[in-house]
Design a protein around this ligand. Sequence first.
Ligand code: AMP
Ligand code: ZN
Length: 115
Amino acid sequence: MVTKECLFCKIIKKEIPSKAEYEDDEMLAFDDVNPQAPTHILIIPKKHIEQVADISETDAEIVGKLVLIARKLAAKRKLEKGYRLVFNNGPHAGQAVYHLHLHLLGGRKFVWPPG
Ligand code: AMP
Ligand code: ZN
């Protein structure tokens, strides 16, 4: 299901341009427009799920694929020294776009705990 008003649904429909890193029938990965690291890729399902809190049991395969695509893109980018995968869920986590997305960040050292 693709929602008309959703920014990432518009990217899926190519109504808004993006720099694609991976695409198949179910999934899309593209460069973040405001990168926070040398590699900053967003991996999204084409199914419109608003946030982690809305993932259902039947979405388990989709969520697994998000992580597998992230792992493959990290290998392609040769992020051997490490990378960070992030799901922001809700306002306290700073979620800005309410279409499920996994951030793949790499190419620099990150601090822990995060801000
Ligand atoms: P979040 O805060 O987890 O909801 O992250 C949303 C991310 O989407 C941010 O890192 C933004 O920079 C990114 N973003 C917003 N608009 C676009 C766009 N048109 N193309 C690519 N990335 C975008
Ligand atoms: Zn959407």
